[in-house]
Ligand binder design. Sequence first.
Ligand code: NAD
Length: 268
Amino acid sequence: MVDFASVKGKVVIVTGASKGIGQAIATCYAQHGMKVVCANRNAEQGTKAVETIRNAGGEAVFCQTDCSSSEEIKALVAFAVEHYGRLDGIVNDAGIGMGGSPLHEYSIEDADKILDLNLKGVFAGMKYAAEAIFKSKAENGFIINVASIAGLMPQRGQSLYTATKFGVVGMTKSASLDYAPYNVTVNAICPGYTETPIFDGTPDQARQYFINDCPSGRMGQPEECAYLALFLASDMARYINGAAIPVDGALSAGAKNVSMWRHPEIME
Ligand SMILES: NC(=O)c1ccc[n+]([C@@H]2O[C@H](COP(=O)([O-])OP(=O)(O)OC[C@H]3O[C@@H](n4cnc5c(N)ncnc54)[C@H](O)[C@@H]3O)[C@@H](O)[C@H]2O)c1
């Protein structure tokens, strides 16, 4: 039976909740009666995001967290459990992009920065949340990692970002094997080009390139990832486990090719 009400009252942590995809997920969860612990680094933005949720009648609390620090993530999970008395799930969304250069042009500092947040931060989020989910005796626990289509198909100029997102997809699948017997699901959402502040300052020409590159002819909206995150948190998705699901307008379905060359009117 279609039943989104099953998420009501569940306690969830969403990292990167002040902007973009994380904010859309936190908002959507609160709209459906979940208790949301919003975590990100910038206190002003995080507090504002939580205020917006509360003003709309939702339940949320902010916890300032630098997700590239495993100690701060440990403290975030402890805060969530202390504040709401339990934990049912986590969405590890906080991440940075890094692209546009061939591998040798990246520095060791670049590697440390992106690995610490996009990969180690997700590991710490999964580890401490899993412990808390088990201690809470959550009936239908869930872990959702926001990876990327870069975790499914490598793109030029993105060697470090791609490494982190392939790592997240791999960790998701491996952990799903660990936790499936205990009824905790572990899945990854893999957004394609999605209109978030990550693209602020992107020149129009580059934005048009992303639009043209996508078979659907447009960029995605953050809410389109949030709808999937809501479904994955619901009791309807208990048999979806270990999946890396693209939300990308067919971008990762395969390379565009000339198979339609007999129909030039649709090639453009
Ligand atoms: N937007 C896209 O096109 C796209 C595509 C594929 C994957 N993704 C992934 O989706 C996730 C969210 O991306 P977005 O586009 O919404 O980005 P965004 O820049 O709009 O938001 C990122 C969020 O993460 C938070 N954050 C950044 N560094 C942090 C840190 N060290 N500690 C805690 N919080 C931190 C920011 O405060 C913000 O809330 C990322 O993991 C990104 O890799 C985005």
